[in-house]
Design a protein around this ligand. Structure first.
Ligand SMILES: *Cc1c(COP(=O)(O)O)cnc(C)c1O
Length: 351
């Protein structure tokens, strides 16, 4: 019936606990599709972990977590003087920590809410949002005019796994120190454990707070298992027509109809490995099925990745099973490989 994420609860919780124990000041990031688990479930898990702050991606996401977690709510998208940033539920005003990346937004937020809680984002090599060194300094002087403002730190959003971040972080920390802000908290993303340790050692008077999503929620893939249900199986003779476009079967075998389609985020897989022209020519020469236009799917049976018989439908997919392969029975669960951050599961079952 369903595309299901099954979670080995003991193992997953042990992993979450170990990440939290190893990272004092951890800020779980809960955004988007909730890394496949849903945002609400992760908010409850953050409550269980006992952290004091979680981060959401956008202002729109506050409502998905606010009633399930009772601590502070950092919004990662920077505040702007328009849209939902101005419509925060007054009941949450004291729990929300805003991210500010422009001097005019600092003035705008504090004019709107003089006692707002905020972090100043320093631009990194990501080049997404944030202050330059000079602007950070200007922000520090602007803050002097708003004595009720609650500055909660400086944020650094670093790129993913670009070798060592330490040289860049060192340069950025110099700017932070030079700005003489009244805070000793640094919120960071995407630093390795070793980099965090080095940062804490070099800036022992600062509190370093890692904002972590993937490594926390999805860091132990062995605790996670994704399956789809076989909904139907049909014999297919060479030349039989099937599917929305009435294409004909190039070989005999079986058609499997399984749960999981575009609505879940199931997409066509980029051909892997065999994408070079040479490999493709070799497949053509062998008369392989991808040579006749069948594309690899993320579904597998008996450990073998299967081909889509046609592009995925909204909630189901048609797979081609070549003659000779064991034919699964209706109701059987088969394996699916997914990108967790881009998949909407019908069910999440935590044991
Ligand atoms: C999404 C996000 C994170 C968390 O990223 P992961 O790779 O999932 O750990 C941290 N900081 C910012 C600003 C983000 O947008």
């Amino acid at each position: 019936m369903s595309l299901t994420l099954t979670v080995d609860g003991d193992r997953w919780r042990a992993h979450l606990r170990s990440v939290a124990d190893a990272n004092p000041g951890l800020v779980p990031v809960i955004k988007g599709n909730g890394y496949g688990f849903t945002r609400g479930r992760l908010a409850r898990k953050a409550q269980w972990l006992g952290v004091d702050t979680i981060a959401v991606g956008t202002y729109n996401e506050l409502e998905h977590v606010a009633s399930r977690f009772d601590g502070s709510l950092l919004v990662l998208t920077p505040w702007r003087p328009f849209g939902v940033a101005l419509e925060v539920d007054p009941a949450l005003a004291d729990r929300v920590v805003h991210t500010i990346g422009r001097v005019e937004d600092l003035e705008g937020l504090l004019s709107h809410q003089p006692d707002a809680r905020l972090v100043l984002e320093r631009m990194t090599s990501m080049q997404r949002h944030g202050f330059s060194a000079r602007e950070l300094w200007a922000a520090a002087s602007t803050l002097q005019r708003f004595p009720r403002a609650r500055l909660e730190g400086v944020a650094l959003h670093l790129p993913l796994e670009q070798g060592s971040h330490l040289a860049e972080v060192g340069r950025l920390m110099n700017d932070v120190v030079a700005a003489e802000l009244e805070t000793r908290t640094i919120w960071v993303s995407h630093l390795t454990d070793a980099e965090l340790t080095a940062l804490r050692t070099s800036y022992a008077d600062y509190t370093v707070r890692p904002r972590t999503g993937t490594q926390l929620w999805l860091g132990d893939r062995g605790a996670l298992h994704v399956t789809a249900t076989v909904m139907d199986v049909h014999d297919l003779e060479r030349g039989d027509a099937f599917g929305y476009r009435a294409r004909t079967a190039p070989k005999s075998g079986h058609l499997l109809i399984v749960s999981g389609g575009t609505a879940h985020g199931i997409g066509l897989e980029a051909p892997q490995g065999a994408s070079s022209i040479k490999a493709r020519a070799a497949t053509l020469a062998r008369g392989g099925l991808d040579a006749v236009g069948f594309v690899r799917s993320p579904f597998s049976t008996d450990g073998k990745q299967r081909l889509f018989a046609e592009p995925p439908h909204m909630q189901a997919s048609m797979l081609f099973l070549p003659a000779g392969a064991r034919v699964p029975v209706i109701g059987e669960q088969i394996e699916v490989r997914v990108r967790y951050t881009a998949t909407t599961f019908d069910r999440v079952v935590v044991s």
